[in-house]
Design a protein around this ligand. Structure first.
Ligand SMILES: Cc1cc2nc3c(=O)[nH]c(=O)nc-3n(C[C@H](O)[C@H](O)[C@H](O)COP(=O)(O)O)c2cc1C
Length: 362
């Protein structure tokens, strides 16, 4: 253990879980008289780095996306300057759930391993790995959790995170995030698939419904500047990381994950893709089972998926201006169902939203 004089935490957070975790750790550090700097890395802008004479301990907190660290955090870690300190720690927030009285954990995959590996190459020593199962924010997959469930998950996780902070700050090494290593390694191919292909498909499932009043909040809040106005309506670029901030923050509940539209896109993509691959096999007289063709076909399919889905999304963006199309997209989106709650931990004031009308202070 070095004699740390300061704590720098860099975090990215879609809906506030990694943010509150960073704040809990910083509070514990302040109790020990350390100077603390908690930095959001949105858009990788205005980031303050510590100087060596501040003797910093550096931490990274981020959500898990597709069994990996959020891509913006991976980019940040990859460009992180070497030699700022000796020791660092990592904390990933995951999809916490509760089934009756049982707290259910999320899955990390390579979310801790990959940034730790990159930091190791830069000669940083990782003294803490922790996963924390705060309320899941993956709203396209399930409605936001109920207030009572959120509350109990928060109470449990606050203790876990503060405990983690205190152990690290007293020089103990914490590797509990590595307990699930065998499972994490088994699912790592999915992490790869999500990183190279899945996330681009997800970013093309967001639409603004007719309730959108162009307030611009989603554009302002987006941590990767991935939303722009096209024809007076929000349009999600491929750089969107599906962090869920826009969908969960929208005061009008005007942002949907368009399930029906995504299914139609998928059917069109697979049909077109199969025809193109078959055509290539016939025209070029390829043996479909040879290894190099299998790899080439996979690469072509990923490229084709991104291209075709982006094109379809662009077309849809214009025709969704027509009320019947807008209604059809909305009413085939599960997120439009009245009980499909949103989830956000609000900044600055200790409040969280479970459903637009329910706001609780804790
Ligand atoms: C696109 C996406 C992918 C996700 N993938 C995973 C995952 O692989 N494993 C997991 O445990 N949680 C996953 N989650 C859930 C979030 O990691 C989890 O809710 C996290 O606590 C959110 O933190 P934040 O509020 O700081 O963004 C995913 C969420 C989203 C939106």
């Amino acid at each position: 253990m070095d004699n740390w004089k300061s704590l720098y935490i860099y975090f990215i957070s879609g809906t506030g879980n990694a943010r509150i975790s960073s704040e809990w750790i910083a509070e514990e550090a302040r109790k020990r008289g350390l100077k603390t700097v908690v930095q959001q890395i949105d858009r990788l802008e205005n980031i303050v780095m510590p100087s060596a004479d501040e003797k910093p301990l550096i931490g990274f907190a981020f959500p898990t996306h597709g069994f990996n660290a959020a891509p913006i955090m991976l980019r940040f870690v990859a460009s992180f300057p070497p030699g700022l300190c000796k020791e660092v720690f990592l904390l990933n927030t995951r999809a916490g759930m509760k089934l009756y009285k049982l707290f259910m954990p999320g899955l990390s995959g390579v979310a801790l391993l990959l940034p730790a590996f990159i930091l190791r190459l830069k000669k940083y020593k990782c003294i803490g790995f922790r996963s924390v199962d705060l309320p899941s924010n993956w709203i396209p997959l399930h409605p936001g959790l109920r207030i009572k469930v959120i509350e109990s998950i928060f109470i449990r996780c606050e203790k876990i995170v503060r405990n983690f902070a205190n152990k690290i700050l007293s020089g103990e090494k914490v590797y509990s995030g590595l307990f699930s290593l065998p499972v994490d390694l088994i699912i790592s191919p999915v992490a790869f698939g999500y990183y190279v292909a899945g996330r681009y498909f997800l970013s093309k499932t967001f639409v603004a419904n007719y309730k959108c009043n162009n307030c611009g909040l989603c554009i302002k809040e987006c941590p990767t500047s991935s939303i722009k106005l096209v024809g007076g309506r929000p349009y999600w670029k491929l750089s969107c990381e599906s962090c869920m901030r826009c969908l969960n923050h929208c005061p009008k509940r005007a942002i949907e994950a368009a399930h029906g539209m995504a299914v139609v896109f998928w059917i069109i993509f697979t049909t077109v893709n199969t025809q193109i691959i078959l055509l290539l096999i016939n025209v070029l007289n390829i043996q479909p089972k040879v290894w190099w063709w299998r790899i080439t076909a996979d690469i072509l399919s990923i490229g084709g998926m991104i291209l075709i889905v982006t094109l379809l999304y662009r077309i849809m963006h214009y025709i969704i201006g027509l009320k019947p199309v807008n209604y059809l997209v909305r009413f085939t989106s599960l997120t439009a169902l009245p009980f499909w709650r949103r989830y956000t931990y609000l900044k600055n004031n200790k409040k969280y939203i479970c459903y637009n009308k329910e706001v609780t202070t804790f």
